[in-house]
Structures are given as structure tokens and as C-alpha cells.
Design a protein around this ligand. Structure first.
Ligand SMILES: CC(C)(COP(=O)(O)OP(=O)(O)OC[C@H]1O[C@@H](n2cnc3c(N)ncnc32)[C@H](O)[C@@H]1OP(=O)(O)O)[C@@H](O)C(=O)NCCC(=O)NCCS
Length: 176
């Protein structure tokens, strides 16, 4: 799925934007970041190429049930979030920040902007996500935005949020 809209926010006075990714957004920096992530992007191929990722982004743009958004800081792509819609209109989201941008509390910013983006543009009322129990940065990012743990089975947490409970992370101001 693809929409032309851009969502803007200030985070500690720095402008951030979120919009759907296009094939041209697949830079070598994005590819390197994907290939550097060895632990938590379980469904990605062993080695991602620029051509392969462009094809993937093109497929998401053409799909009826998936969306892939980029998080931009002052124009630079620093992370992505994918959303998958169920028939009932719920959205399951995944988050990914490029290495240099981690440990700066931007995980919650990414979750917050994606929830807002998906609600406004696609009308999703319930958001879900899943992560390994050991993935504290991911769990923390979702909990900061108001998500609650829905189940904790084996090694995996499932978290969910009704959109009206979405919390704005500290230091964030929405622009549009
Ligand atoms: C998940 C991800 C987006 C989170 O972003 P991040 O920049 O690493 O995390 P943040 O700095 O925003 O921190 C989020 C919370 O986790 C905590 N945290 C961050 N790194 C941590 C670590 N290595 N160990 C323990 N806690 C950590 C932070 O302290 C914060 O919680 P707090 O505010 O209560 O202290 C990022 O780690 C990432 O892209 N990981 C790889 C892909 C991935 O795991 N995606 C999720 C799959 S479900």
C-alpha cells in the first residue's frame, strides 16, 4: 500500500518525518543497516542486496495488506516500520532503527509515529506487535507508547494497543 502523505513531528526540537517508502529510498546505507542486524530481523534473507530490497519495497507498495514507512530525521532515513493489516483492520507492526540511531530513545518515537500514521491513513483501531522476551529495547519502545502485554508465551511477547490509548513519548510534539 502506498499513500503520499507525510507525518511531521518535533522530537526535542528536531524535525522528524514519516512517509511510505519508495524504491528510490533504498540506499546503500539502508542496505548496510539491514545486513548489520544479525539478531532480531528473523524473516530477512541472509544477505540483502539493493536490487532485492527495491523489489521488496515495490511489492509492498503494490500490496493491499502491507505498508512500509520510513522515519526521517532532518531528511535522512534512520529507520523503518512495517505494518500488516488483518481483514478486521487491525495492524501488526514491526520496527527497525539503523545502528547509529539506537539507544537515543527513538524506538518509542518510531512506534508512536507509525501508530499515528497507520491510524490516520489506514484507519487501524488496534495495533499489535510481537518480540522476543530478551528484546528489551523493542518491548520498552512499545510500552512507552501505551502498549500492554497481551501474552507471554515461550520466548515471545505479544503486545497490543487500542489506538485511543496511544501515549506521546517524552519530548515529542506533533506538527500536522
Ligand atoms: C527495537 C529498536 C527500534 C529500539 O530502538 P533503540 O534505540 O534500540 O531503543 P531505545 O533507545 O529507544 O530504548 C527503548 C527502551 O529500551 C531500553 N534499552 C535500549 N537498549 C537496551 C539494551 N541494550 N538493553 C536493555 N534495555 C535497553 C531503553 O533504556 C528504553 O527503555 P527505558 O526508556 O525504559 O529506559 C532497535 O533496537 C532496533 O531497531 N532493533 C533491531 C530490530 C528489532 O529488534 N526490531 C524489533 C523486532 S520486534
Amino acid at each position: 500500500m502506498y499513500v503520499d502523505t507525510v507525518l511531521y513531528a518535533f522530537v526535542d526540537n528536531v524535525p522528524f518525518a514519516m512517509r511510505c517508502l519508495k524504491q528510490d529510498d533504498v540506499t546503500s546505507q539502508y542496505i548496510n543497516a539491514l545486513n548489520n542486524e544479525k539478531k532480531y530481523l528473523e524473516t530477512k534473507p541472509v544477505k540483502i542486496t539493493q536490487e532485492g530490497q527495491r523489489e521488496y519495497v515495490g511489492n509492498v507498495v503494490d500490496s493491499c495488506s502491507n505498508v512500509l514507512a520510513g522515519l526521517f530525521r532532518g531528511g535522512e532515513l534512520i529507520g523503518t516500520s512495517g505494518g500488516q493489516f488483518s481483514e478486521s483492520g487491525d495492524a501488526t507492526i514491526g520496527i527497525f532503527l539503523f545502528d547509529d540511531w539506537r539507544r537515543k530513545n527513538l524506538g518509542a518515537v518510531l512506534v508512536w509515529m507509525m501508530c499515528e500514521f497507520v491510524r490516520r491513513e489506514f484507519g487501524a483501531g488496534i495495533m499489535r506487535a510481537g518480540m522476543k522476551k530478551e528484546n528489551k529495547p523493542s518491548l520498552g519502545s512499545f510500552l512507552h507508547c501505551g502498549f500492554e502485554i497481551a501474552s507471554a508465551r515461550d520466548e515471545q511477547y505479544s503486545v497490543m494497543l487500542e489506538q485511543y490509548k496511544l501515549k506521546v513519548p517524552k519530548g515529542c510534539v506533533k506538527m500536522n
